[in-house]
Write a protein that binds this ligand. Structure first.
Ligand SMILES: CC(C)(COP(=O)([O-])OP(=O)([O-])OC[C@H]1O[C@@H](n2cnc3c(N)ncnc32)[C@H](O)[C@@H]1OP(=O)([O-])[O-])[C@@H](O)C(=O)NCCC(=O)NCCSC(=O)C[C@@](C)(O)CC(=O)[O-]
Ligand SMILES: NC(=O)C1=CN([C@@H]2O[C@H](COP(=O)(O)OP(=O)(O)OC[C@H]3O[C@@H](n4cnc5c(N)ncnc54)[C@H](OP(=O)(O)O)[C@@H]3O)[C@@H](O)[C@H]2O)C=CC1
Length: 792
């Protein structure tokens, strides 16, 4: 969707919208004024047809503005909101225009010319219908309907933004319209003046005959004989005198006054009509107002995005016309994409290579060099591409420069333009979360809740692209909250690291194992481990022997952190101490897969890893029936068949559930957890039993690997999601309490998800619900028509 503000005004044109086209865009909208211009060649009666055309041209203009403003929204709801907003903006201005028009039309009727009167009556009606019935009621209703309407596949026309293109229109008044207005005004004036002259002439005749009869009668009184000739000549002299009197200014005004107030009103109205047409009729108030609002909206969405998307569009065309790589006549861009041009700045002077290198070396920084100069130093291997942020002393600029390098070297310009990067706080990322950064990917965050967990209400953020997941979890939350909430407990807590070490023989390996199993020797190891952190505390060692190999599973509590870095650090230190007792011990790998991190493994299911959590609820049969649309008996039956017999048949370990991984991963992404740890964290056993007439349901999750400090938890969006749950950062009173609370909320949310999906499967609603929530996006339909743009 194009971003407006600062650019010439545009019309929005719909392509391909076969049915919707007519309703949305009036012909005028598509032909850019050509229709009006073509009218020049036709011999048309200016006082009627041009007036009608002027009226319809204004209607077309207003409707196009409405469509344009509506489509400037970046979501379905924003589009509909824009329509109502524009109606509130256009209302007063339309009313004013209508009043002026109706006044003008009334003036046209005053001369009393029969044809004009009929014509103007028609125009008054049309004006009213056009303004109030069509533009203010019918058109917005149609527009909303068309933009909201879905085809047989549930696709909304609006959703297919690729079908919207932009054409430019300078919005200058069409000359024919201007001329028509002027000629029409003058025409009405002349007709009226002519009419007025006639009235004056009749008035004079009437006056003359009055005087003549008066004079004739007086003549007859004085003269007996009929000296008509003399009398007539006297009458002419008399009349001349009268005429001269009438010509005086005073008598003229008096005459106008005497002729009736309507003439003064007519004159004022005619003059104001001309002034209005001349000076204000062409002022594009509507366009101006809408453009202002639109600009404000865009600015609010993101000041950065507006500027950069405009630049992106411009440079995209420029770049592609230069390379001839792929021609796109009109390029549509999403205003949410915070990106820029990947072209070099052609206007900046590039200093000689030696001078640039000298500046870089003496200042130990490249921040005084322009982009092209920095790129020159990267090309000559004086600056490493992954060091750019540090070298230019500006994370965002560094990311931008790297994009330019990647785009140029790998011909990924088109892909990178669509990957946002502006406006992100990279200072929080660098050295903590990601390297070689070229941008970020936004994931929608939904909310499930309120969910009552241990007597506290929570709104649970879930970042996902699987439509239906949040809806489903939300339904589960509703059922659980209605029944009094979920009870949760953390029964164990310990992150693990399991290195593999090798000895010279099974003899020394077994000797070492026995040494480590001794509680006194454990204290030596613990001392070393605990020395590495203020919060990590070694709690257990599990040692397994395989020939001359030993696998040592270190378990430690890690406060509010998930703890993998802490475990690795403590384990490394401990191994150094053990090596002192067993010099022939060879550390093969700090991680020997006995941990076991980010891989399916029974050890986590059996021994636990991270937080060991359980949750339970009793759901009354009424809620099962009304909210979940199934029965207790059916749920219990399907749970055994699917989650126990089915999982056994599949050879599953830790998979006695329907979709714990769905909820775990969505909450993990939202709250900055390590998403790869969804593997063990999703281990879950969902139990359902009949509890009298009601349903007893529980979830057991032995390996929830979560933290509220470290990793991605301090990034802006992620920490906001933790804040929503009241568990952001470290718990100052009881270190570890926040992470445990997060694990409890997660386990309760998994219970909600399990309850809802199991109900949908039991009731046979899975496919139906996913067709509604998970497959209505136009992108799915357009997969074939939108092939990958990469040239690889
Ligand atoms: C989609 C529903 C919830 C409809 O369910 P429904 O009962 O038809 O919906 P409803 O309109 O009667 O509303 C009931 C409640 O659901 C919630 N709800 C309803 N709609 C929304 C919405 N749009 N946004 C937010 N919340 C929503 C909301 O709480 C609502 O209460 P209300 O507030 O109206 O009183 C249901 O059919 C459902 O849960 N379907 C299952 C979908 C699911 O769980 N998908 C997960 C992914 S499946 C997968 O990937 C794993 C799998 C399947 O392969 C694993 C395996 O092998 O088993
Ligand atoms: N190294 C590895 O093997 C692996 C690393 N990871 C990654 O590790 C990262 C997470 O490591 P993790 O150890 O959890 O986090 P960090 O590495 O960020 O360590 C946590 C830091 O927070 C400090 N801290 C302050 N307050 C507290 C508190 N209340 N509780 C706990 N720590 C506190 C700790 O202090 P102090 O210094 O005193 O301990 C420590 O410095 C993630 O990015 C993850 O992806 C993932 C898998 C494996």
């Amino acid at each position: 969707m194009p971003v407006r503000g600062g650019e010439p005004q545009r019309y929005v044109q719909w392509r391909k919208l076969s049915g919707a086209n007519a309703a949305l865009a009036p012909p005028h909208l598509k032909c850019d004024g050509a229709k009006d211009k073509s009218l020049c060649n036709k011999n048309i009666n200016i006082t009627n047809k041009n007036m009608i055309n002027t009226r319809f041209s204004a209607i077309g203009h207003a409707t196009s503005l409405l469509a344009q403003f509506a489509l400037s929204g970046c979501s379905q709801s924003e589009v509909i909101n824009n329509i109502s907003k524009s109606m509130s903006l256009l209302g007063p201005s339309f009313s004013l225009n209508s009043i002026v028009c109706i006044l003008a039309i009334s003036v046209g009727m005053l001369p009393g010319v029969q044809i004009l009167e009929t014509l103007y009556r028609m125009l008054t009606c049309m004006s009213f219908i056009a303004n109030y019935v069509v533009i203010m009621s019918f058109y917005p209703a149609c527009l909303s309907l068309v933009l909201d309407v879905r085809d047989e596949n549930g696709m909304s026309f609006w959703g297919d933004r690729s079908q919207i293109t932009v054409i430019y229109n300078d919005h200058k008044t069409y000359p024919i319209t201007q001329r028509a207005k002027v000629i029409m005004s003058v025409g009405v004036m002349i007709v009226h003046a002519q009419r007025k002259e006639n009235i004056q002439f009749a008035f004079k005749l009437e006056t003359c005959s009055l005087h003549f009869s008066r004079w004739a009668l007086s003549g007859m009184e004085t003269e007996a004989d009929n000296m008509l000739g003399i009398q007539v000549s006297k009458f002419i002299v008399f009349n001349e005198t009268e005429k001269n009197n009438h010509l005086s200014v005073h008598s003229s005004i008096m005459h106008w006054m005497a002729s009736g107030a309507d003439h003064i009103v007519i004159l004022i109205l005619l003059l104001s009509m001309i002034v209005w047409f001349w000076f204000f009729g062409d002022r594009d108030d509507l366009a101006h107002t809408l453009a202002q609002v639109n600009k404000k909206q865009s600015t609010n969405t993101s000041v950065h995005s507006v500027r950069h998307v405009l630049e992106t569009q411009k440079n995209f065309k420029h770049t592609h016309s230069q390379t001839g790589y792929r021609k796109a006549s009109v390029y549509t861009s999403n205003k949410m994409v915070q990106t820029e041009n990947v072209d070099g700045d052609n206007n900046v002077e590039i200093r000689p290579f030696d001078e640039c290198l000298d500046i870089y070396k003496t200042q130990k920084s490249a921040d005084k060099l322009n982009d092209d100069e920095v790129l020159m130093l990267v090309k000559s291997n004086h600056i490493k591409p992954y060091m750019l942020e540090k070298c230019v002393n500006n994370p965002e600029r560094g990311v931008g420069l790297r994009r330019k390098i990647i785009a140029a070297e790998s011909n990924l310009m088109e892909a990178l333009i669509q990957l946002p990067y502006i406006g992100y706080d990279y200072s929080k990322v660098l050295g903590t979360n990601c390297e070689n950064v070229i941008g970020y990917v936004a994931v929608p965050v939904g909310v499930a809740g309120p969910l009552l967990v241990d007597d506290v209400f929570y709104q649970v953020p879930m970042a996902t692209t699987e439509g239906c997941l949040v809806a489903s979890t939300n339904r589960g939350c509703r059922a659980l909250t209605m029944c009094g909430g979920v009870i949760t407990r953390v029964v164990d807590d310990g992150m693990t690291r399991g290195p593999v070490v090798r000895f010279s023989s099974v003899t020394t390996a077994s000797k070492a194992k026995m040494w480590m199993d001794n509680p006194e020797k454990f204290k030596i190891i613990k001392l070393a481990f605990d020395s590495t952190s203020r919060f990590a505390r070694l709690t257990k060692l599990l040692v397994r022997i395989a020939g001359r190999h030993l696998f040592i599973r270190f378990t430690a509590s890690t406060g509010d952190a998930m703890g993998m870095n802490m475990l690795s650090k403590g384990t490394e230190k401990s191994l150094q101490v053990i090596e002192g007792y067993f010099p022939d011990m060879e550390v093969l790998s700090l991680s020997g897969n006995f941990c076991s991190d980010k891989k399916p493994a029974a050890v986590n299911w059996i021994e636990g890893r991270g937080k060991y959590v359980v949750s339970e609820a009793i759901v009354p049969s009424k809620i099962v029936t009304e909210v979940l649309k199934t029965t207790v008996g059916a749920l219990v039956d399907v749970n055994i068949s699917k989650n126990f017999i089915g999982s056994a048949i599949a050879g599953s370990i830790g998979g006695n559930n329907a979709h714990a991984a769905n909820v775990v991963t969505a909450v993990y992404i939202a709250t900055g957890q390590d998403p790869a740890q969804n593997v063990a964290s999703s281990n879950c056993m969902t139990l359902m039993e009949a509890f009298g007439e009601d349903l007893y349901v529980s979830c057991t999750m032995p390996s929830v690997e979560v933290g509220t400090v470290g990793g991605g938890t301090s990034l802006p969006g992620q920490s906001a999601c933790l804040e929503m749950l009241g568990v952001r950062g470290a718990n100052s009173q009881t270190p570890g309490a926040n992470a445990k609370q997060l694990a409890r909320i997660l386990c309760a949310t998994v219970l909600a998800g399990e309850l809802s999906l199991m109900s949908a499967l039991t009731a046979g609603h899975l496919v139906k619900s996913h067709m509604i929530h998970n497959r209505s996006a136009p992108s799915i339909q357009n997969l074939e028509s939108e092939p990958c743009k990469s040239t690889r």
